[in-house]
Structures are given as C-alpha cells and as structure tokens.
Design a protein around this ligand. Sequence first.
Ligand code: PBG
Ligand code: ZN
Length: 318
Amino acid sequence: MQRFRRLRRDERIRSMMQETRLHPKDFIYPLFVIEGQNITNSVDSMPGIYQYSIDRLPRILDRIKQVEIGGVMLFGIPQHKDAQGSQAYAKDGITQRAVRFIRENYPEIYVVVDICLCEYTSHGHCGVVCGTEVLNDETLPLLGKMALSLVEAGADMIAPSDMMDGRVEALRTILDQAGFPHTPIMAYSAKFASAYYGPFRDAAGSAPKFGDRKSYQMDIANGREALRELAADIEEGADIVMVKPALAYLDILKEASCRFDIPLAVYNVSGEYAMVKAAAANGWIDEKRVVLENLTAMKRAGAKLIITYHALDAANWL
Ligand code: PBG
Ligand code: ZN
C-alpha cells in the first residue's frame, strides 16, 4: 500500500514536505492616492483599504516598510478629469507627486505604477473615445506620456492595464528613447472584462460612464486567446506578464507557467478581496486561513508575484 500519511504525521515532516511557500516579497500592495490633505477615506466595499492624501501616506508606508513586502502599486485619484485624461500625464499630477514623495521619503520601497487613463478620464474609459468607440492607436501616445512622466518622477516599474493593442512595444520604445532602458514593464496581459473589479471602481472612482470595457478587456470565456495575449506582450518586450483576476483564472496562470519562462504576476482583485472580507466579517470563514489558502493557490499555479490587498495582513501572518 502507498502510505502518503507517513509524510503527514506531524508538523515537522509536513513543513519539510511543503512544495509551495509564501514569502512577503511575493506581494505587491495596491495603494490609492487622492488629491487633498488630511484624507484617509475608507472604501466601503473594501474593508481595511483607504484612499490616502499624500500627507497621510506615511501611516501606511511605515507599515509597508516594516513588513518588507515586494513593493507597492500606485493608483492616483485626481480632482480634475477630462476627456483626454490630462492629469494622468501632468508633471504635477497626483500620482507623479505621490511617486516623488515616496522616492524622497521611502527610498527602500519599490514603486510600481499602474498605467491607464480610466481614473483620469471624465468618461471613465481606459483610452480616448470618439463617440462610443475607445480608440486604440490614439491612446498609445497618452499612455506613453503618462509612463514617462511617472518614471521621471522616480517610479521603479510601469504596469500598463489599459489593454490597448501594441502598448507594450510603444511604452518600451518611449522609455528606451528617453534614457530609461532599465525600467521594467509588467504588462496586464490577460486581463478579463470581469465583474470582480466592482469594488476597485468605487475605490478609484473609475467606472465607465457609458458602455463597458468589453471592446478592450478580454472575454471571460477565452482561455486560448489569453495565451495569445500573453505571447504578444512577451514578444513586444514585457519583462513580467500578468493574469487578472486571479482565482477564477488559475487555469490560465497554470497554462502560462507551463508555456512561458518569463516571470508571471497575478492580480488578486478587489472583488475577490471583498468576498473574503464580507464572509470573514460575518464569521462564516476563517479569514487568515482562507487568505493564505488563496494566495498559496496562486503561487502554486505559477505566480511569481501576487498583487493583493491582503499583502500587509498576509505578510504579518507568515
Ligand atoms: C485600471 C485598473 C482596474 C484594475 C486595475 N487597474 C480596473 C478596471 O480595469 O476596470 C482592477 C483592480 C481590482 O479590481 O482590484 N484599468
Ligand atoms: Zn483602465
């Protein structure tokens, strides 16, 4: 008889046999930065997550520094939105100022910036629009300006989440020409048009005012197409490629890890977080065990990096 239980007899041997181990450095913590002063707004649908004005950032940055997670991913919430999303690439935009603040005061924290227009456009779409159409090629130069201004402000890595075609190549070219050949690109490559982004859109104020994102984000049913998106971004020069959301798409993450040698990231998105927090608040699940189980599943499926709102809790639990 095969006795699998020999290696499960007690904690000493179980921990030796563990195939997947989480580490705080696996985690990137998303951070929402809002214009203004003395602001720490809680986000109703995401308990424990806040929008911070720059002067309040030290509250959270001190904790981030202490737990030694991999880094942060910044999302800016501007006061002023327009059709072109001009605050996304303003020299003194909220995100640019936040990057400079972190660079000056927390040089040890690795800063990733999300590159997309939806938090900055009055219509809430990820690119510029003409009528009801989200234009692809016209959006690329704006993403380029956004990326460059944030890298100039001191961002360590850029993460385009817009899902326009050709943006990785466009961004790589712009950064290289501007003297930033060493800045990596983490592409949201297999990003699905998911209902799990709902709470994020409350947190970032980025819900589209008309229509939906299905003309640029992927159909949730398409696994084979996801592999083509990943391959295309690798071809265009991405350094890390991402699957998003996480839990409902672990099949794609696993397939990608079998097929590609490039580092993989996964985004454990707002709706996934909200569900866990809601069930935990009701006493229906053991939050710590469920969170660590979910994160372990993401790493087991092949993720090198996990972008997660649980990052600080999880780092403390490990
Ligand atoms: C912006 C962006 C979104 C998320 C990350 N970057 C929202 C969207 O595409 O609508 C979602 C993150 C989350 O749900 O936690 N394009
Ligand atoms: Zn967007």
